[in-house]
Design a protein around this ligand. Sequence first.
Ligand SMILES: Cc1cc2nc3c(=O)[nH]c(=O)nc-3n(C[C@H](O)[C@H](O)[C@H](O)COP(=O)(O)O)c2cc1C
Length: 352
Amino acid sequence: MSRAGVAFPEMQAPVIAAPMAGVSTPALVAAVDAAGGFGFLAGGYRRPPDLAQDIRRTRSLTDRPFGVNLFVPAPTDPRARGADAVEAVARYADRLAPEATRLGVRLPEPDWLDTDHWDAKLTLLADIDPVAVVSCTFGTPPAAAVNRLHAAGSCVAVTVTTPAEASAAAAAGADVLIVQGFEAGGHRGTHQVSEEPNELDHLALIPLVSDLNLPIVAAGGITTAGDTGRALAAGACAVQVGTAFLLTDEAGTSAAYRMGLTDPALRSVITRAFSGRPARGLGNRFALAYADAPPAFPQVDQLTKPLRAAAAAQGDLGAVSLWAGSGWRAAREEPAAAVVARLAEGHRVSRG
Ligand SMILES: Cc1cc2nc3c(=O)[nH]c(=O)nc-3n(C[C@H](O)[C@H](O)[C@H](O)COP(=O)(O)O)c2cc1C
């Protein structure tokens, strides 16, 4: 069996549906699995009981293996985030005050102890309800966490954007590298939030990490079978795709978000405006006006959450986050199975 087959059991088409916080659903995972691909639930931002329910619901829809994604938390001591992190977030809150007044919401106090429930989610996945693959983004999980997931029978994948991040992931015991290029939609998985991400695409990054001899999954801007073929030829065992699934029937993409994704006037930009982390999305008013938001995740995300929710409820597409990769114009309204079939055409997972 190929290493893709070991890492992603039962996958026939080398297409992984990326975990997408706020978009991934059990129905999307089950549909991608049924089409021969491999689906991921997005554990980031989910409360642990909701994630547990997502896992149970997915199991009720498919007998096939699937994965869960977690956000590796930032240090909870704000002093470890740079000398003026607290002041910078306070200044950003002041700057956003007119937006809050306009949308009729209150901005919350930043919570510096927010770990996105890392410990509880790890316990869920290691001790209560393990899944085939756990992927981690925004950092390298501690080796002890990787060991616990291994002991539960899970394969551990880590998103990397540089050779140094890939080496750290390998040293912590990762089984798979998800090599994410700058075309990728949503957050760039840079391990240091204050770092400006590089502009390397996945084809440039793959040879820079191949000496680690781990299976590589390529992510970013994949919208055609030709893209899949080029990633496989460069050394990837599969592709991880987000944006191409955004308009699918099974995705949890909100109505406002779907509408924004069909606006031909918007262009693709990278912005820290919504979360403090560099992320690629469509350049609406908010994304452009606050692109230089302070590099404090998840505190900036906490601040803008009520703004985004109110904007979506009021149909204000200028202030909702429209995460999408550079290939967003290729996204279509169709069943998820059609995306898997299109991207996998001519490519199978080899089990030689
Ligand atoms: C709406 C959206 C949400 C995302 N959320 C997550 C997430 O929760 N965890 C994660 O590891 N990656 C997340 N990503 C990034 C994907 O894992 C992947 O790197 C990216 O979608 C690949 O590029 P593409 O969108 O051009 O296909 C997200 C991407 C999008 C578009």
